[in-house]
Design a protein around this ligand. Structure first.
Ligand SMILES: Nc1ncnc2c1ncn2[C@@H]1O[C@H](COP(=O)(O)OP(=O)(O)O)[C@@H](O)[C@H]1O
Ligand SMILES: [Mg+2]
Length: 500
């Protein structure tokens, strides 16, 4: 792209050195710079990009975008001084990739819990309907069926624009993105113009980052404010009428709002809900009429997630009948109350709950069909060096289960004792065990299970690792549980290999 055209988007304080006529690429990592590229110095939590200008130039950078003066060979390189490089990278990335978000229907999903599930349901339905669709979030970047790993739920602003541009190049017509509150506050969605913004729910999580629930709520609300004010465009907000933050978020956008819910009156209203071990059915009353829905996803929370997905697809122009037809065929979302396929005499679920509300919802998914003679065993851990306030509340919610195993979930470099004692402080009954080693904790769950019992392994979901110190060790709750259960209950009882 022509350098002048690219730089026109920046509030430039000063330029010195020699500007090239074109810029071939943009990078924020000096190792990723290509010949003729621009290097943007970002001041991160641990490193300051300004220290890597020399390395970037060695790798071919011809333009340096910085917020403080840097020494360069002015014959060969230009320095652009701007007030804030973190903002500049958003503007540059969107311009360089020619505003790719404008070329697709962009759906953003935010909330404390359910982002991965709702965006996964939307993406799966779109793909079933034959549309080329892209998805980004906790599980990675799914480019219409081809997977790429990503670092965070919401990637950095440059990677985000690159992924969107890639999806456009691959002829995707919709991209669904999980939008985290961290991503919104840090401006990682600059230039990502959404057409449909979806809110799932808001409850206690990430308060180590946001401080208070109010700040956290405001952070999530940014997604709706960022829909903009151009009412000539067809944009929608999809909101959970049963969540008390719904009213607050409604005021943050002027676009039409589609509500969904179970208890409060909503445009997409579910009733007559039947929760079963292998699936869920309900009646949906919506602008297209009244429908019977039945799906493989389990738990009341999946009713909410499916309603959010159906409303978002309706906003995009898909008929409710079509959306429901596809919903009925999609498998469980990976690691979200996913039943492990076995013919063992016990029922095993893998789940990703790691916030108090999600724990309550995961347990709540099985209570409606749990019989009095069945025991519910719930295994939960929590991450080291992260939000400590939520720990006792997590255990308090876990106490709804008959027997609780408290363990670790990526302890990082925090001692096991503090993690486990802070969790145990919230327990409401004595039927629990604290076991540091997660593999041993999983084996313990099987050892105390009797025939017909139900076990939920929570916190890891789709993840197949455990972070101890700063090393990622392979770990799969499901694999360990199956091995142990086969030993205990007899072999040959696992139907098919796990996808976990
Ligand atoms: N709508 C929901 N409300 C409450 N809990 C939910 C909801 N959807 C999923 N959960 C629970 O939260 C966990 C994480 O779900 P996920 O879709 O990965 O959410 P997120 O991407 O927002 O972290 C699930 O494993 C489940 O236990
Ligand atoms: Mg997620």
């Amino acid at each position: 792209m022509e350098t002048k055209q690219l730089l026109a988007v920046l509030p430039v304080k000063k330029i010195y050195g020699t500007l090239p006529t074109v810029v071939t690429d943009i990078a924020v990592d000096s190792r990723a710079v290509n010949a003729g590229g621009a290097f943007v110095c970002i001041e991160g939590y641990t490193v300051d990009g300004h220290q890597f200008v020399g390395k970037a130039i060695e790798n071919g950078a011809r333009v340096i975008v910085a917020s403080k003066p840097v020494d360069v060979d002015e014959e060969r390189v230009a320095v652009i001084l701007v007030p804030d490089t973190s903002r500049a990278i958003g503007q540059l990335a969107a311009k360089f990739y020619q505003y790719p978000a404008k070329k697709m229907t962009m759906i953003g999903v935010t909330g404390t819990n359910g982002k991965t599930s709702v965006s996964g349901i939307i993406h799966a339905i779109l793909r079933q309907s034959g549309e080329r669709s892209a998805l980004t979030g906790t599980i990675g970047f799914d480019l219409d069926g081809t997977f790429y790993e990503t670092e965070n739920t919401t990637a950095d602003v440059l990677t985000t624009q690159q992924m969107i541009a890639r999806a456009v190049n691959e002829d995707c017509t919709t991209m669904t993105m999980e939008v985290s509150s961290h991503g919104l506050v840090e401006g990682r969605l600059a230039g990502t113009e959404f057409d449909i913004a979806v809110f799932t729910n808001l409850s206690h999580d990430h308060l180590d980052f946001h401080g208070t629930m109010e700040n956290y709520g405001h952070a999530k609300g940014l997604l709706f404010a960022q829909l903009g004010q151009d009412l000539s465009q067809s944009k929608f907000a999809v909101m959970n009428a049963d969540d008390k933050w719904c009213d607050h978020f409604m005021h943050m956008t002027a676009y039409p709002i589609l509500t969904y819910g179970i208890h409060s009156e909503a445009m997409f209203q579910a009733s007559e809900i039947e929760l079963k071990p292998d699936g869920t059915s309900y009646t949906l009353d919506c602008p297209d009429g009244i429908f019977s829905v039945s799906m493989d996803l389990i738990g009341e929370f999946s009713v909410y997630n499916s309603l959010a997905a159906i409303a978002a697809l309706y906003a995009k122009g898909m008929s409710v009948e079509t959306a429901i037809g596809h919903l009925e065929k999609i498998p469980a979302i990976k690691g979200r109350m996913e039943k492990i396929p076995t013919v063992l005499p016990i029922t095993l679920y893998v789940d990703y709950a790691h916030s108090p509300d999600a724990i309550e919802k995961a347990i709540g998914a099985v209570l409606p069909y749990k019989k009095p003679d069945q025991k519910l065993i719930f295994l939960i851990g929590t991450g080291g060096n992260r939000d400590r306030k939520k720990r006792p509340i997590m255990a308090e919610k876990a106490s709804i289960a008959d027997y609780v195993i408290l363990t670790t979930d990526d302890p990082r470099d925090e001692p096991y004792e503090s993690i486990l004692s802070e969790l145990a402080a919230g327990m409401k009954h004595k039927a629990y065990a604290c076991i540091e080693d997660r593999a041993e904790a999983v084996r313990h769950a099987i050892s105390i299970a009797s025939e017909n019992d139900l076990i939920i392994f929570a916190g890891k979901g789709h993840e197949d690792f455990q972070i101890i110190g700063n090393v990622k060790y392979p770990h799969s709750d499901a694999a360990i549980a199956l091995e142990e259960a086969e030993k205990k209950f007899g072999s040959g009882l696992v139907e098919k290999p796990l996808n976990n």
